[in-house]
Design a protein around this ligand. Structure first.
Ligand code: IFM
Length: 457
């Protein structure tokens, strides 16, 4: 029998650009994702988040669904350009009002809000000034954070600074598959430093505004992958260690231990001359340790050495014989256990929330409208099982948020991938619980004990 602590937080997550829609309504400014989606070829079928799941207009219905499922906490993100349409100075009161109404509705149903400050929708006006490559954006971010901490912090007691800063830095500025679509490794490394520093400064500001007695908790949400060498060879093991520094420790080390991982830092400095670090930056990062670490977990990476002369000389290998989701991500729940145990050992057992975990499958509604997503239930159940094991082995695990509450705009994949436990009919915008939503309802009711059952409508 699996046991979770009594106050364990069972949640679900979304983000602003992926669900809100109303992209050109009530004073919202443009974000870099509006711009990116308009570039032909960047997003599947030329889709965009203009309407998405129309959550901006249907939030009451959506919070009602959360209540029906029994979700105890809802992780959403605040769209920076809805609050500050040009990224700074002028406030859009209608945007503020929307989040006030959302938060109040959640609290009415006893659902604890967890708000993310930055889930990738940077105001385009700030991108025009260089975006995250420009050090000034750190100050703009802290000003924005300052405003929302004061506006919503009386009711929001769980805060995420950045969602997946690795993706922001590297998918956005090196690989180019995300907004703003740059392909420059030096700039990406510099962006990563700016993101980490802005995280620390936002933590600092939060604690200045909300004294300890009234304060909630604040931390980052990192996308982490346990790295497995493809073979037992020395070369593959070394390659896996480097991949670990690049994907995981580049963010974990500064945020939880106040320094960059030595080997990769040395490589970046020698070959690219970055990151540029100003006096006091590392002290600020070290002094503002988060209350918790948010972990977004989806799959592991299997790594082999290459003899090309790239700065990061390794490649990812696709293990055969494994099962994959429709994102082509390997299903490997044991990796979650391994990742959390590594974090426990390496960083002095921090408090952890799993801020995202879930899977995309090609859900097909039946003639009667029901959606039997048993692959998703299986995926979720196996990951929850690993969490129970982690708790038994001493990990300070405080909660689990499914990605995602509802189907949504999956970035470059547009609406072609469905992660939700609630189905969205994009023609009518009708919501429909999938079997996984009922499964999650039972799981929550039994505080994690119903995980093996597949008998859901
Ligand atoms: O949809 C994304 C989310 O925005 C960030 N984490 C991963 C999810 C699935 O790709």
């Amino acid at each position: 029998m699996v046991e979770f602590p009594e106050n364990f937080v069972w949640g679900a997550a979304t983000s602003s650009y992926q669900i809100e829609g109303a992209a050109h309504e009530e004073g919202r400014g443009l974000s870099i994702w509006d711009t990116f989606c308009a570039i032909p070829g960047k997003v599947y079928a030329g889709q965009n988040g203009d309407i998405a799941a129309d959550h901006y207009h249907r939030y009451e219905e959506d919070v009602g669904l959360m209540r029906d499922i029994g979700i105890r906490s809802y992780r959403f993100s605040i769209a920076w350009p809805r609050i500050f349409p040009t990224g700074k100075n002028t406030i859009n009161w209608k945007g503020v009002d929307f989040y006030n109404r959302l938060i109040d509705k959640l609290l009415e149903y006893d659902i604890a809000p967890m708000a993310t400050l930055y889930h990738w929708d940077l105001p385009q006006a700030l991108q025009d000034l260089g975006g995250w490559t420009n050090r000034d954006t750190i100050s703009r971010f802290v000003d924005y954070a300052d405003y929302v901490f004061r506006a919503f912090g009386d009711r929001v007691k769980l805060w995420i600074t950045h969602n997946e800063p690795w993706v922001v830095a590297y998918a956005g500025h090196y690989i180019g598959r995300h907004a703003p679509g740059m392909t420059n490794l030096s700039k990406a490394v510099q962006v990563s430093h700016h993101l980490i520093l802005s995280h620390a400064k936002a933590v600092e500001r939060y604690r200045e505004i909300w004294p300890t007695s009234q304060a909630g908790k604040i931390g980052p949400a990192l996308n982490l992958y346990p790295m497995y060498p493809a073979t037992e060879s020395w070369e593959d093991k070394k390659a896996a260690e480097l991949a670990d520094e690049f994907h995981n420790r580049w963010f974990l080390d500064p945020i939880l231990a106040g320094k960059y991982p030595e080997k990769l830092f040395g490589i970046f400095k020698e070959k690219l001359g970055v990151p540029e670090i100003n006096d006091g930056d590392m002290e600020t990062i070290a002094a503002n340790r988060s209350n918790f670490l948010g972990v977004n977990f989806y799959f592991r990476k299997v790594i082999a050495a290459t003899d090309n002369h790239d700065i990061l000389c390794y490649k990812e290998v696709k293990p055969s014989g494994s099962k994959y989701t429709s994102m082509d991500w390997e299903i490997f729940p044991e990796g979650l256990h391994r990742m959390l145990m590594d974090i426990k050992e390496r960083y002095d057992n921090p408090h952890i929330y799993i801020t995202e975990n879930g899977a995309a499958f090609d859900d097909v509604p039946q003639a009667d409208g029901s959606i039997h997503d048993h692959d998703r239930i299986d995926y979720l159940a196996k990951h929850v099982e690993q969490l129970a094991k982690c708790i038994q082995e001493g990990v300070n695990l405080d909660g689990y948020y499914i990605w995602s509450l509802m189907d949504n705009f999956e970035w470059a994949f547009g609406f072609s991938k469905r992660f939700g436990i609630v189905y969205i009919d994009y023609g009518t915008l009708e919501r429909k619980m999938k079997s996984s939503a009922w499964w999650y309802r039972d799981l929550i009711k039994n505080n994690g004990c119903a995980i093996a059952s597949r008998n859901h409508p």
